[in-house]
Design a protein around this ligand. Structure first.
Ligand SMILES: *Cc1c(COP(=O)(O)O)cnc(C)c1O
Length: 371
């Protein structure tokens, strides 16, 4: 099966696919896939060596990867990742949503962690190969998708503190169920004052593994306070809202009869979300105002109390839009929209999902046809 003569059309990948899982096994896993619990039959691996650059990649059976105990990622954490989705379309095709944007952000993250950049075409080709090979794993229902998880790790066996000279780019894929199978349910959030996610000059705008490691204890604290998620505030003034967990955040204002969606401006400590960027555009098309600016915790409480702010939600690839129903902090708590999903959040969510699933015209060329 696995001979070097089986190359992709570009010649950049060896094709050594696994025998597919049986229909029964796959059907059982796709019945209720949840998020990130099951993986498709195959994965993509591309090696990098300093001086040689990116080598020939391979599409091969999903499975363990060998890593030396001295491998640099295990000690100094050179690890970055991305997340985007492939959607079944009404015409039977499969399309990914803005994958080039993920490829560019992947390279921005790579730069920040002194890792090599991966050519955008290679990132896209890897995704196309894996999705095409494992297309039976792309769920068909609206709200469901195949979640693509590309990542890169430093693998050189050397304990000296410097950038690794060897890396692996790996792409795995996981069927994702509807994030809210029982209907969208607003979350309760805890404003973290004991911990910060990112500081100026740090890695906040890079999608690196370490940002997540550092956030887990704050997420745990939020749970202990009876909340679902943590809200991050800025490291310097300790008052401006930055993000919610691993998602960007939006506020809806009603001012003089006009609806305006507002999201914190990118300061270098926030992760530049592709959902965030997409929603800013969609909001304008729906006739809403769309602004990026600083919002303090004080503004949040006051604007809500005075009736100018009517909704708040978080957004990201995994959950699309998650309304925020209750906000808690050491200073007190407040409820937004009686803890219900607001109409603007619902409209934005529906519009973005309709674009991703091909139910409305993709006027901006956001969908990338795979097969
Ligand atoms: C990935 C991520 C987001 C959301 O980005 P999308 O491109 O919309 O999925 C937001 N915040 C953090 C910290 C993230 O890691």
């Amino acid at each position: 099966m696995s001979t070097t003569s089986n190359l992709s059309a570009s010649g950049r990948f060896e094709l050594q696919p696994a025998p597919p899982a049986s229909d029964e096994v796959r059907a059982a896993r796709m019945q209720n896939p949840g998020f990130g619990r099951f993986f498709t039959d195959n994965m993509i691996v591309i090696p990098y060596k300093e001086g040689e650059g990116w080598g020939r990649g391979a599409l091969k059976p999903y499975g363990l990867i060998p890593i030396d105990p001295a491998g640099s990622v295990l000690h100094y954490g050179q690890a970055i990742f991305e997340g985007f989705k492939a959607y079944h379309q009404p015409d039977g095709s499969i399309k990914t949503f803005r994958p080039e944007a993920n490829a560019h952000r992947f390279n921005a993250s790579a730069k920040r962690l002194a890792m090599p950049e991966l050519p955008v075409e290679l990132f896209i080709e890897a995704a196309e190969l894996l999705i095409t090979q494992d297309r039976v794993w792309v769920p068909k229902a609206v709200g469901e998708s195949l979640y693509m998880r590309p990542f890169m790790i430093g693998t050189e066996a050397a304990l000296g503190v410097r950038p690794s000279k060897e890396y692996l780019f790996i792409l795995i894929a996981s069927p994702a169920g509807a994030y809210f199978p029982q209907g969208v349910k607003p979350v309760t959030v805890w404003i973290s004052e004991d911990y910060v996610r990112a500081a100026p000059g740090g890695t906040g705008s890079a999608k690196c593994a370490g940002n997540y490691a550092g956030s887990l204890v704050a997420q745990q604290q939020a749970k202990d306070k009876g909340c679902d998620q943590v809200v991050w505030i800025d490291a310097i003034h300790r008052k401006y809202v930055e993000e919610m967990g691993g998602m960007n955040i939006f506020f809806v204002y009603e001012e003089n009869g006009k609806t305006i969606v507002v999201t914190p401006i990118l300061t270098g400590t926030l992760l530049p979300g592709i959902t965030r960027l997409s929603l800013l555009e969609i909001a304008k098309e729906l006739g809403f105002g769309a602004e990026e600016r600083k919002i303090s915790i004080e503004d949040w409480e006051k604007d809500l109390r005075e009736g100018r702010m009517t909704e708040a939600f978080a957004c990201g690839t995994a959950a699309v839009i998650t309304p925020i129903g209750t906000v808690k902090s050491v200073h007190g708590a407040w409820v937004i929209k009686d803890g219900q999903t607001g109409p603007v959040s619902a409209k934005l969510r529906e519009t973005l999902l309709n674009i991703q699933h091909g139910l409305v015209l993709d006027t901006r060329g956001w969908l990338h046809k795979v097969i």
